[in-house]
Design a protein around this ligand. Structure first.
Ligand code: GAP
Length: 439
């Protein structure tokens, strides 16, 4: 598929988002709340499809990964043991003149970018959100909203081993909300204070960690490509020693070329036996594993592919956007992969006409049982095709006056705009086949 734009223009995307219902500024009628977003009717479908595609790839299509859904509120000792209370912080500086705060490591000048004032000395700012459990608001009732889903997996390691009888190497996957009180959020949904993660903790025998790290890096890179990200907009970057997280021995980031520059979509880290050892020491629980092949007992090593749902959704959406010359006009189209498109099939009667409506409704009822289907009979057929192109619907089914006699409808394909006529009686079968093998 030849594409016109190398990457999307962010202003246009923000406008498309609001106009068509992908993402909205949260609490907008109250003036918005810093860096939180709501997903509209199309955005929520796109995001659900991203999560489903991930779950299918890492849980359902593998024999060595099982799922988990752990609580957001967890025992506060977990965050002490994991090192987050001590280490999960960014360097913060405050302007002496306007009191605005910035992340020291992201500043390009020595003075305040807002008022050119000077900064006070940098200090560490912990990114975890605090709250209280129960009706007493004192430090003994203080909890944290989880800043990563991973710890819910580590503290359930023994539960999962005992209940699923999984043998190493195996992984536990989880999708869920995480919260970080970022000093400088921004770039639309890229860096927000409330977001979703999709994480796997893959437990392996010590000494096999490097080999598994490489496998997961390839696997995860290929996942983004298989769902439509263009190779020129995706790259792998290995962390330098001084940027590794406090728990990591080695890490690769999968980065996407966003309109504002390269940014992280997912990190794949070798967390060694850091977390299980720390939780075992802090809780007194035995988190060792008995390897009945080598007859050894050890604390497993962990490879962690950790991606952001919102960032992946944003990247798939941005990468799909194109503006194609179409005669004297421009056709705006989202070339979303069929598994991600919010709507897969649109049923469009040629016009809003009482002769066409019963057949068009019948076709709609037939398709909606199997596919994410939308019915649209407002305005001209050309405008309706454009509306579906703009939201990435791979197929439109048109019901016209010949349909009443020959029981055939037209299938119009989004990317090639190719059209062909097929019998209604074969439509479900043909659509199933195209959605399985087509783009
Ligand atoms: N458990 C490891 C971990 O949390 P991370 O690199 O801090 O690692 C993993 O986060 C992923 O979560 C990132 O690659 C990114 O996609 C997403 N993420 C992190 N902070 C985010 C934020 N403030 N807004 C949106 N997504 C974020």
């Amino acid at each position: 598929m030849v594409r016109t734009l190398p990457y999307a223009d962010m202003d246009k995307m923000v406008s498309l988002s609001k106009r068509r219902g992908f993402m909205f500024q949260s609490s907008e009628i109250y003036g918005g709340l810093g860096s939180t977003y709501d997903y509209g009717p199309l955005g929520v479908e796109l995001k659900r499809n991203v999560k489903e595609a991930w779950w299918r790839a890492v849980v359902q299509n593998r024999d060595d990964v099982v799922g988990l859904d752990s609580a957001i509120l967890m025992h506060p000792k977990i965050w002490e043991a994991s090192g987050h209370v001590e280490n999960f912080s960014d360097p913060l500086v405050e302007c002496r003149d306007c009191n605005k705060r910035f992340r020291a490591d992201q500043l390009e000048t020595d003075n305040c970018p807002d008022c050119t004032g000077t900064f006070g000395p940098p200090r560490r700012f912990n990114l975890m959100f605090r709250t209280f459990m129960g009706p007493v608001e004192d430090t003994s009732h203080e909890l944290f909203l989880r800043p990563e889903t991973a710890q819910g997996i580590f503290v359930n390691f023994q539960n999962v081993v005992n209940s699923s009888r999984k043998k190493l190497p195996f992984g536990i996957a989880q999708i869920g909300k995480a919260f970080r009180n970022e000093i400088t959020p921004g770039n639309f949904t890229f860096r927000t204070r409330e977001f979703e993660q999709m994480e796997v903790e893959f437990f392996v025998k010590p000494d096999t960690d490097e080999e598994w790290l490489n496998q997961w890096v390839q696997e995860r890179y290929n996942w983004y490509i298989s769902l439509g990200i263009r190779e020129q907009n995706l790259r792998l970057r290995r962390h330098d020693g001084d940027e590794l997280a406090h728990y990591a021995k080695d890490t690769y980031d999968i980065e996407y070329r966003f309109p504002w520059g390269w940014g992280e979509l997912e990190g794949i880290a070798d967390r060694t036996n850091f977390d299980l050892t720390r939780h075992s020491d802090a809780s007194g629980a035995d988190l060792t594993y008995f390897d009945d092949i080598s007859k050894e007992r050890y604390i497993p090593y962990v490879i962690e592919p950790s991606g952001g749902v919102d960032r992946a959704t944003l990247a798939f959406w941005l990468d799909a956007y194109d503006e194609e010359p179409d005669g004297d006009a421009i056709r705006t189209v989202l070339h979303l992969h069929r598994d991600l498109a919010p709507i897969t099939v649109a049923v469009l009667p040629l016009s809003r006409n009482e002769k066409l409506t019963p057949t068009a409704s019948r076709v709609y009822d037939l398709l909606r049982k199997r596919f994410r289907t939308q019915y649209d009979d407002a305005q001209s057929i050309g405008r309706r095709y454009r509306r579906q192109d703009e939201i990435g619907t791979p197929y439109c089914i048109t019901v016209d006056f010949d349909t009443i006699d020959d029981q055939k409808v037209t299938i119009r394909e989004r990317d090639s705009m190719h059209q062909d006529r097929v019998l209604i009686s074969q439509l479900t079968h043909i659509m199933t086949d195209r959605l399985e093998h087509g783009w």
